[in-house]
Design a protein around this ligand. Structure first.
Ligand code: NDP
Length: 326
């Protein structure tokens, strides 16, 4: 038997309840994992509050990422006792996810836990930190080196934003952080490595097709008007890695930054990232994040507190990463 947070839907409303289930209820898969930690990501917030249709079928155990220990495996890469990480692949959306004491998944979706990390640290990083690493790598792939100038991070207090700031700072970039909560989170963002704090309101106005250039590159987690503004302010040959929609899924921009300034808009998806790239990103994020990060930007909750944390992440009230201990 194991404990799980289960989502059910009736009359268009989603209800979350903690249930004790028999192992026979676990979905098909060749690896069964004793989940030690999961997390609350923005997507989990969307799934639990039903703000956007994330969950494809009910009943569903949400939780788009987890880390734990293999209990049973028929997959050639894993044996009982191995420590593993899972992010993405539709887990918590189409396939039961990490907000349960046990999970059964396709072994191809797993990544071995890097030696330098505990399962707890891996989930402080989680999907958000892994995605931040992919964004930072996307900028490096576009030759956006620290000498090129300042990098802007939007949604700075969030899971992706806070790790992106930390990673960029560690790699020697100058970082400016956009936040809607400068009083509450300014000190934290500076301690993570942001040299400059920019109030969200400054960027949340309609963008002109081209504006004075300010950024060599950017990691954008919010989309919409702010992403349009960032594109209009990006320097010649600059690049913006876009991974999120916390501010909206539209993009009211023009072609001008692309055709007159050679600006690149790079889409970043973590869900179906291929295995080799995944393993490399996990190794790199484990290497780069300083020990201080894990304490500074995370808090831990029990399964019972997940529905409230999900509502808070959608209201933009969460800072850093929220860990769920199973
Ligand atoms: P969080 O909720 O932790 O962070 C989002 C941050 O965005 C908030 O902390 C807030 O920061 C800012 N924000 C909130 N509301 C608004 C708004 N209306 N306008 C502008 N800024 C806002 O989420 P995550 O960091 O986990 O995820 C960020 C985004 O990235 C989400 O859209 C998520 O779905 C997406 N994502 C995409 C992935 C992919 O594979 N492409 C993987 C992981 C996440 P502040 O208060 O500092 O302004």
């Amino acid at each position: 038997m194991f404990k799980a947070l289960v989502l059910n839907q009736a009359d268009g409303h989603t209800a979350a309840a903690i249930e004790t289930l028999d192992e026979s209820r676990l979905p098909a898969g060749d690896v069964t994992v004793a989940v030690e930690y999961s997390t609350i990501n923005y997507k989990d917030g969307l799934a639990l509050t039903n703000a956007i249709k994330i969950v494809q079928q009910y009943p569903m155990v949400p939780g788009i990422d987890f880390a734990g220990t293999v209990i049973e495996s028929a997959h050639p890469r894993y044996r009982s006792g191995d420590k593993v990480i899972l992010t993405g692949w539709g887990v918590g959306e189409k396939h039961w996810g990490g907000l349960a004491e046990k999970a059964r998944v396709n072994g191809d979706w797993l990544v071995p836990l890097p030696a330098a990390l505990s399962t707890r640290q891996a989930m402080i990083i989680g999907t958000a930190g892994f995605t931040a690493m992919l964004c930072v790598q996307a900028l490096a792939d576009q030759h956006i080196t620290p000498e090129r100038g300042e990098i802007l991070v939007t949604g700075a207090s969030g899971g992706v934003g806070s790790v992106a700031i930390t990673l960029l700072n560690k790699l020697g970039y100058r970082v400016a952080a956009v936040t809607g909560r400068p009083e509450q989170n300014g000190d934290l963002l500076r301690s993570l490595g942001a040299q400059r704090i920019i109030e969200r309101a400054e960027l949340a106005q309609p963008a002109k097709p081209l504006e004075s250039t300010r950024w060599a590159g950017a990691v954008d987690t919010v989309g919409s008007q702010i992403l349009a503004k960032v594109l209009a302010q990006t320097e010649y040959d600059g690049a913006v890695a876009a991974c999120g929609l916390a501010g909206g899924m539209d993009l009211p921009t023009t072609v001008m930054p692309f055709i007159l300034r050679n600006v690149k808009l790079i889409g970043v998806d973590s869900v179906y990232c291929p295995y080799e790239k995944r393993v490399a990103a996990w190794q790199k994020v484990a290497e780069l994040l300083p020990e201080s990060y894990y304490a500074a930007a995370s808090n831990e909750i029990a399964l019972e507190a997940v529905p409230e944390a999900a509502a808070q992440i959608i209201r933009g009230e969460i800072t850093g990463r929220t860990l769920v201990k199973l």
